[in-house]
Design a binder for this molecule. Sequence first.
Ligand code: PEP
Ligand code: MG
Length: 918
Amino acid sequence: MSINRSISYPEERMPKYVYYFGDKKAEGDTSMKNLLGGKGANLAEMVNLGVPVPPGFTITTEVCTDYYDSGGKYPAGLEKEILDNVAKIEKELQFKFGSPDNPLLVSIRSGARVSMPGMMDTVLNLGLNDRTVEGFARKTGNERMAYDSYRRFIQMYSNVVMGIDSEHFEKLLHDKKKAKGALLDTDLEASDLKELVEDYEKLVEKKNGKSFPQDPMEQLWGAISAVFESWNNDRAVTYRKLNKISGDWGTAVNVQAMVFGNMGDDSATGVAFTRDPATGENCFFGEYLVNAQGEDVVAGIRTPHPINIAQRTDGSLESLEEVMPECYKELVEIYQKLEAHYLDMQDIEFTIQEGRLFMLQTRTGKRTGIAAIRIAVEMVAEGLIDEEEALRRIEPDQLLQLLADVFEPEKKAQAIDDGRLLARGLNAGPGAASGQVVFTAERAQEEAAKAKNVILVRYETSPEDIAGMAAAQGILTARGGMTSHAAVVARGMGKSCVAGCGALHIDYEAPAITVDDKVVKEGDWISIDGSTGEVIEGELDTIASEINRVLADGTLRPEDSQVYQEFDTLMQWADRYRRLGVRTNADTPKDAAIARSFGAEGIGLCRTEHMFFGEERIAAFREMVLADDHDGREKALLKLLPMQKEDFKAIFKAMEGFPVTIRTLDPPLHEFLPHRDKEIAELAETMSIPVNDIKRKIMSLKETNPMLGHRGCRLGIVYPEITRMQARAIIEAACELAKEGVKVMPEIMIPLVGHVNELAAQKKIVKEVADGTAEEYGVQLDCKIGTMIELPRCALTADEIAGEAQFFSFGTNDLTQTTFGLSRDDAGTFLPFYIENKILDGDPFQAIDRDGVGELMKIGVKKGRSTRPDLKIGICGEHGGEAGSIEFCHQIGLDYVSCSPRRVAIARLAAARANLKK
Ligand code: PEP
Ligand code: MG
């Protein structure tokens, strides 16, 4: 075949495109992940460690990027390197590529810098053709296996390289089984498989217009190109998007001598984890199948057996430890060696060919958030890693899995008593999920787009289903084990998953699930418990997770929860390594108390307006808004004062000993008035005001662009009595508590300041009230007065602003809005399009736009501290709870971040990781 070569390099830079591994030493090693991909680098490392690995070579990721940059061409020199390396394998194994007597067969697998399980293409058994298959049969003395391998190869190659749908081949296989009265694939004999190969070849000719390639070199180039092409297939692109992997990295291609797990009953193939990927328990955990090829285990088509006796729960499935004790022993030694070498939980693949064990892969194993914490904490205790490394290993968002709700135990027990337990499967992805059943990934996406909760139910999932899995609340499969695609992907996504639920009969046509006499149709509700494997009919209530029960509800004792104890250990380490303070945004004493139990060191933002929505308060507040003059407003405000004061007292108490930043009124006043006729009429009646007067007031407050209108400090400037009342409520609360001996640290924060004069005017009011009130109470009170930085002008003039402000807090919600000039309320109509089409990398309301908003923050910090070197600076926009933004806040020297109570733990961890980052 002709190879398209056009890139040529100057002689002084003759790049190396291919790295050999085998013969007890490899040209690469584990440090070369970027060039060799994770799989290639680890295969090389295993060879260097003396672990048995079939020889092969890795074509670098650079070839892939060159291939794309040059529009699908290969660099000069690649062909020679590939031929040389094929020759090396031939020499090492004494086989020959294409030899009719002694054929070498290879696998071709992708391998990117980070693992993208199942997203790209693989071809196995390459090198077989009409002649080599016979030599292979003679050599192995196993004609059946030879033809079985050949028919699998034709199907896989035709699908991956030529784009012929696998279904056509499956149909021919199905027909053949029917014709022969065979129940299982393994019931077909060599002669049947030989006929099947002929049928497959005819099918290829019909679909493709030319015959199946017989030249092994042509096959090899076809497969290499297909793997490179698969870097950009839809599912790989979706996976990269979901996991924030760069599209520029490219994949390496690994070409490796085949070993066969399907050579009979002394052969097997399996996958294992060096620790339990769902719970993190330190036990060897895996699955295998006798007489099978690798993909059979992960594709979930046959339900695999447990690897050892400890893992056997079902008496009918024999473990590898019992069936092949010698190989199991060797495997245990290897896994221990690999974990001790990599110092992390490994996900390994192996094949046993006629009693001989080969390792095909090792990589860092994906795990649930719960497992991640347990493994990290235990590895520190075992002396394998230190605390810093433990912190580096846990992505802050993984903590969300520990905090997620679980099914209410009593309700669940009741449902089971009522006979609603549909079936039990494997607890493949912890977490509780209730939703309406859907049977396809597309349907899952459609329904999720309508804000419905769905459970995706499949016999097994495949990489095509990835977007549907992401859209679903949970995943339920009838086949496949703990290492099936569904299980691995669900755990990676933090989704609840029950796998291998063999009792389910799924009819995709109906579509419905049947279990004995029960039928669950599309749209019916089911609940799956991915921590126990239970599948229950109907919707189930959830309750707080163990961590929340210990910290937020106090219904579980810390000593009774191992998960909590591990979490707590990790959090203590985080506190040891972080520089940033972590506060919370809380408007109620309850939220303040919860946040404090999660480690918040104060309140960074208390939005006072949220306190006005209680029934009694809203009436008084509306009276204030509707008042025509100063006196009217004062009268209404006097009613509000004691209520606000009580709120503040409760919040100060909940946060005793920590600073509490209270913001003066921020939203435009019309937000507090009703807009529908019925409600207006009701208000008119209760307030004894004519309906038309209220309507007139509403009209007068209406703004074309309320986000840029009469809000923030502009309210307190036009209506100083509002600021006065709020300041008084805060200071009276603080003084009363101070007199009781409670340690209070109030901070009053002025929102939406754009000009220093605005702040100066508000500060004057607050200060007068504060000084006067403190004097009345006879209390020495240190109340700081500061501002939010929410407008570009405020950041740009931060040196002047700092002359008036004792602290800054970046309100990055408004700062993002005003920097981009886009409304956070209306951006939803086009922002998703922007992100989809890469106009923006991501949503700037979620992660700080470092180049724009971030620059303004840097200016604000620099200028602010130029006036007041000890200026305390925090952030209280939503970004204060997002790991990447927290890292940025650390880098630019903020003192603290403030986030919602449920993200406090995440922020503590993210702050520590930011500080540990070199
Ligand atoms: C902000 O703008 O970032 C902020 C915290 O204030 P709010 O979200 O209440 O406008
Ligand atoms: Mg704001």
